[in-house]
Every structure is written in C-alpha cells, then in structure tokens.
Design a protein around this ligand. Structure first.
Ligand SMILES: *Cc1c(COP(=O)(O)O)cnc(C)c1O
Length: 427
C-alpha cells in the first residue's frame, strides 16, 4: 500500500519540528495537515495519493512559468552533468549579474547568494558597514527573511502564527530595529525625526506580499525615497517576491524609484535556492574582498541555480509582453471571485498586483498590517478547506499571496470558480 499524506506527515512530525521545513507549509492556521507532493507540472500539483490540485502557491513565488517547465528542467540537467558546484567562479554567475544589472537601472553591481534571507541579511550588514550607523527601519507586516534583525513585527509565517518577534532574537538586537506601519507617512516622518541620523537603512517590500498583498499608496514610496536621501539613509527595496513578478524587472522599473540597494530571490533561481543583492557600485564595493564588509557562501552563485534562473529569465525576457496577459487573466479571476462572494453577501476585499493577489475576509480596504489583521481568519480557513477539498491549492494562511503563473489556463480558472461557487453554496 502506498503511503498517504497522513502517513508521511505523522512520520515527518517525529523527525522534523512540526513536520515541515518551513512554518508556512504547515496547515495550523487553517486546520488539517499538508498534502505531500509527488510531482508537479505547469499549473498542477499532485500529491502522493494521486490527487491533483490547481496550484496557487507556486513554491511561494519562484514558479512563474509553472512547474517543471521543459526549458528549465533541461538547463538544470545539462548543468548538473557538468558538475554541481566548484567553489570557483563560473560564466553563469557573470551572465546572471549582467542580466540583473541591465534590467535594474539602480543595480550597478550585484552579489549572488543562496536565499532571500541571506540576501537581505547581507544587504543590512552592508548598509551598516557603509554608513557606520546601527539602527534600521522596517514596516509592520513586511517579511524580509528570518535573520535576527528582521524578525520584528514581520509578516508571512510570523504574522500567521501571531508572533510579535521571536524568542532567540536578543533584545539588544531587536531594539535596533524600528518599525512603522506601512503606507503611514505621518508615522514614518515621526520615526525619521526621532532616529534619522542613527538609521543605516530603511528596508521595504515596495509591494508587500507577506501580510497578504498590499499596495503602496500613491506617493508613499516616492516620499520614502526623498526622506531617506535627505538624511543619507540607504533605501533597500526587498523585491524577492516582486522582482520579475509584477513586471519584467520589479516594482522599481514600473515606478522609476531608484533604491540604493535591491534584494532579489525566488524567480531569479527558477525554483532552485537563490538570492541576490545589488545596487550602487560605491556601496557594493564595500563588500569583501573589494572592501571590509564580510559576506561569503560555499554554494553562492551555484551553477544549477544559475542555469535554472537564467533559463527562466530568458523565457520571461523573450515574452515580456506576456506580463500583460498574466495581469489581465489574474484581474479576471479576482473579479469573478469577488462577484461570487458578493452574490453570497460575504464581505471580502481582494488586493492584487499583477499576478499576486489575496482574498482578505474583511469589508474594509487593506492598506497595512493592522487592517489585514482585522480579517476573519476563521472564514479564510473555511474557504481554504472548501477549495482544497475541490482540488484547488491556496496558501494555508490569510496573510500570504496567491501566485498565478504563465501556465494557468482558462480551464484552471473555470475549475477554481466552480470550486469557489460550490464552497460558498455550502457556506
Ligand atoms: C521569501 C522572501 C524572503 C526570504 O527569502 P528566502 O529565500 O525564503 O530566504 C525575503 N523577502 C521577501 C520579500 C520574501 O518574500
């Protein structure tokens, strides 16, 4: 007898804390247990019991082309046949760096690492080393990976489980992290007035995806750019999700705001572990071995990750106009979902940026974490379970984004809407 997801999960729980290697994979906030994956292709993911789902998690962002895209699989296989890691530089790293520098006007030099967390952690250290200042400012509900300084009022799993910070983060370190509500210009200006000349950097997800999707109010990021420049504070855009997701490039290429440093990850690794941070050359040259700020990695710029990432990015670049159709089809899906909820009189607010969206179970607009936190998480859990039962895999948390890929078809959307209609009929 083949093992069920439940069998695997029970064994996993004996061996791995909570049975998962990242808390966002757990179903604790929605009830039940995660399905264990056998394989995935395109928009569909199949569990070990043979049940297939339309997938809106997409590995939390990287799979913009859909799962197991043939060009990406081939690139990985060819790279693997040439060796999986050397501890010495490769042309693939330079090609990736060139592509990023050409695409992002604010990036003059870039360093490649193995995760988004590592990219952000290193960018913060660089900002501190460059400015000689120790404090940093982040926004409530933004998630920047799990490095100590950034696990303060963070989004994603931290928000899902209602943890304000994390045990294990020294309070002396947490005290150096100032937090401000997103989209709140008054609070921002007050914080800058109070801490301005001690701040090394302000870090922000320009389109937050980790408290659910929230859009920046017009002018908010522009003001942030001006205010940080005036005080010689470095501005870091964490585009680990938004990079190559909301457009070819990132939010900054859509809006023409130039941060000093940018963090990338997810899509640029095509589904393999990757991260990158880059920006002004005068800042980046402070990194070892060019400068004194230390940063290193055994597997940094890994050849398989470069191959998968480059294959993905080249397809996106050649089909950059397809972002528009991705945008349009996600708009339609959100519009149709909203109609179904409206017909049942269930209050929801759907926020969307390109192919990212979140159905918040609240009647209010959601513009920051406090508003997101007012959502009815019980109702989200009910919707999630109804959809899962009907073959639709959504993020197992109210405070995460749904991801639509180029591989999602009209048939996938029909299935999704039918599942939603049935779920709400049984509400
Ligand atoms: C996912 C994410 C990270 C962390 O990346 P990992 O690869 O999970 O370490 C950082 N910032 C943002 C905005 C993210 O969405």
């Amino acid at each position: 007898m083949a093992w069920t997801s439940e069998d695997w999960f029970n064994l996993a729980c004996e061996l791995i804390p909570g049975g998962v290697n990242s808390p966002v994979r757990a179903y604790r906030s929605v009830g039940g247990m995660p399905f264990f994956v056998e394989q995935a292709a395109g928009s569909r993911i199949r569990d070990v019991e043979g049940k297939e789902y339309v997938d809106y998690v997409g590995s939390w962002g990287p799979m913009i082309l859909g799962h197991a895209h043939p060009a990406v699989v081939t690139a990985i296989a060819e790279a693997a046949a040439r060796g999986t890691s050397y501890g010495a530089p490769t042309p693939g790293e330079v090609e990736m760096a060139m592509l990023l520098v050409e695409t992002f006007p604010s990036i003059e030099k870039v360093r490649l690492v193995s995760s988004g967390t590592e990219a952000v952690m290193s960018a913060i250290r660089l900002a501190r080393g460059f400015t000689g200042r120790e404090k940093i400012l982040k926004f409530e509900g933004c998630y920047h990976g799990h490095a100590d300084s950034l696990l303060v009022k963070a989004g994603s799993g931290v928000a899902t489980f209602g943890i304000p910070g994390s045990p294990g983060v020294p309070k002396e370190l947490a005290a150096l992290t100032i937090t401000v509500p997103f989209n709140n210009q008054v609070a921002l200006e007050a914080a800058l007035a109070a801490h301005g000349d001690e701040l090394a950097c302000v870090i922000v997800e320009p389109v937050p995806g980790n408290m659910g999707v929230v859009l920046p109010k017009p002018g908010f990021l522009e003001t942030l750019r001006e205010a940080t420049r005036e005080r010689a504070i470095l501005l870091i855009f964490d585009e680990v999700i938004s990079g190559f997701r909301v457009a070819w490039g990132g939010w900054q290429t859509v809006t023409d705001i130039a941060p000093d440093l940018t963090c990338l990850g997810k899509i640029i690794g095509g589904g393999l572990p990757v991260g990158a941070f880059g920006g002004r050359a005068d800042i980046m040259d402070h990194l070892a071995p060019a400068g004194p700020v230390y940063q290193a990695g055994t597997l940094s710029g890994n050849p398989l990750a470069m191959a998968a990432g480059l294959a993905t990015l080249r397809i996106l670049q050649e089909n950059a106009e397809h972002y528009e159709s991705l945008d349009r089809k996600t708009f339609s899906l959100c519009f149709d979902l909203k109609t179904l909820f409206d017909e049942k009189g269930i209050p929801v607010t759907i926020n969307r940026s390109g192919s990212l969206f979140t159905v918040f179970f609240t009647a209010n607009p959601v513009t920051d974490f406090a508003m997101a936190a007012k959502s009815d998480t019980e109702a989200y859990a009910r919707w999630f379970r109804g959809m899962l039962e009907r073959g639709i895999s959504l993020p197992p948390s109210q405070f995460e984004a749904c991801f639509v890929s180029f591989a999602h078809t009209d048939e996938d959307f029909e299935r999704t809407l039918t599942a939603c209609r049935e779920t709400l009929a049984a509400w």
